[in-house]
Design a protein around this ligand. Structure first.
Ligand code: PXG
Length: 436
């Protein structure tokens, strides 16, 4: 322990605080694919932090851009004042979004971006005279951050229960089906019919009560759940037919994770809004964004009398100049190094083949992959929970990753090379032989 006497004062988020503080894991610095802990050990960052450090750690270009921005314009109000860098960043960002989704509302995190998207959906429905459309549809096992709107549409029980009545939201079933789809390479073959549950739900509740459907193209925190072939297209068709907005929460699937800038582009399905955060600034400075289509933007813009605020929503730090500077430097890196498509190329193929070579090892019941996201699902013979133990053992073996139940989620920096993938596979091979 360094310059503090007690760990008691920092209430750690989403952490078993007492357990952590009795056996802390402290990271002191990071570079490229690696974290370095307080014992001087080198640990492979197999999750890019929390799905965000897509260009790898310690990028000097970002640090320099941030330092220059702080020395030039550290902060100014985004309400009724502007700064060039906010407009420049928005213009650069939309060169990577699907055609037509070219308006950006800035926030400070993924959770805030989700709230903003939900509020924009309601504002849009109101302005066009459809104020009865104020319910939402989310999906079982969905994760949309931790604010009240996000946990309402989210489908993770632990994050919802005990937090009161929440927003009006219905849920469609998730698409994980290990029995039918185990060890699928890329998108699973079976499960498109689960999209039809949306049709039934809209018919049952009446789509004149529903503002929007929100889903992650690939569920992350819910356990790395891939959309079955054709499923997202069918959701799009149903939403269009019922005049309901479709929002893709691409907080983790954006910025190269799936081998293209967005899941929407990878899967060729265009939502009405995209929620983004994390990789948008490489996780270096907090920033989130909602990308909306022209119809939503223009309807809201034209809905207020001249000279009046069109949308009563925004944050002190919306389009924070320092975050925008970081984001511009990150876009330079993504573009010049071709990182956004790297997961669709040779390294993506090596990732897929390597992870699937784990098939048949004791304890491993499924391997899932898409772009540079992966999941290895374990199961103990006695049904006991093994994920947390695996996560701690991997750390001791020099690898940092996330356990979601018994599923180990992998989302490495997009600069990953074959030798790092080999290390991941070797670590799982060791775990399988030690524990099962
Ligand atoms: N939407 C999605 C799809 C996310 O994955 C958020 C919204 C919220 O973003 P912020 O920036 O408010 O945290 C997320 C965040 C995990 C894990 O267990 C994933 C996230 C956060 C914490 C843990 O994989 N994603």
């Amino acid at each position: 322990m360094k310059n503090y006497k007690s760990m008691d004062h920092f209430w750690m988020p989403f952490t078993a605080n007492r357990a952590f503080k009795s056996a802390p894991r402290i990271i002191e610095r990071a570079e490229g694919m690696w974290l370095f802990n307080d014992e001087g050990r080198k640990i492979l960052d197999a999750t890019a932090g929390l799905w965000c450090v897509n260009a790898g750690h310690g990028r000097k270009e970002i640090a320099e851009a941030v330092a220059t921005q702080i020395n030039t314009l550290d902060y100014t109000s985004p309400f009724n004042l502007g700064h060039d860098i906010g407009f420049e960043f928005a213009e650069r960002l939309v060169q990577h979004t699907p055609d037509g989704l070219d308006h950006v509302f800035f926030t400070c995190s993924g959770s805030e971006a989700v709230e903003s998207a939900l509020k924009i959906a309601l504002a849009y429905q109101n302005v066009r005279g459809k104020g009865s459309k104020f319910h939402f549809v989310g999906r079982d096992k969905g994760y949309h951050g931790v604010n009240f709107g996000g946990i309402s549409v989210g489908g993770l029980t632990t994050n919802r229960k005990g937090f009161g009545p929440l927003l009006a939201a219905h849920h469609i079933p998730h698409t994980l089906d290990v029995e039918r789809n185990a060890f699928s390479k890329g998108l699973p073959e079976y499960g498109i019919e689960r999209a039809d549950e949306l049709e039934k739900l809209l018919q049952f509740h009446g789509s004149d009560s529903i503002a929007a459907v929100i889903v992650e193209p690939v569920s992350g925190a819910g356990g790395v759940i891939l959309p079955p072939v054709g499923y997202l297209k069918r959701l799009r068709e149903i939403c269009t037919r019922h005049d309901v907005l479709l929002i893709f929460d691409e907080v983790i699937t954006g910025w190269g994770r799936l081998g293209d800038s967005f899941g929407s582009i990878k899967f060729d399905v265009k939502p009405d809004m995209i929620v983004s955060a994390k990789g948008i600034t490489n996780g270096v400075i907090p920033l989130g964004a909602v990308f909306t289509n022209t119809e939503i933007h223009d309807t809201i813009m034209n809905g207020a009398p001249d000279g009046q605020v069109e949308l009563f929503h925004g944050y002190t730090y919306s389009a924070h100049p320092v975050a925008c500077a970081a984001g511009l430097a990150v876009l330079d890196i993504y573009e010049s190094e071709g990182l956004l498509k790297r997961g669709s190329g040779e390294i993506g193929t090596y990732w897929e083949e390597s992870l699937h070579s784990l098939k048949g090892l004791p304890g491993i019941v499924d391997v899932r992959n898409c772009g540079l996201v992966g999941a290895v699902q374990f199961a103990a013979a006695d049904g006991s929970l093994v994920g947390p133990t695996i996560m701690r053992r991997c750390y001791d073996l020099g690898m940092s990753l996330r356990a979601i139940g018994d599923t180990i989620a992998l989302s490495p920096p997009l600069i990953i090379e074959k030798e790092h993938i080999d290390q991941i596979v070797e670590t799982f091979t060791t775990i399988s032989s030690e524990m099962f």
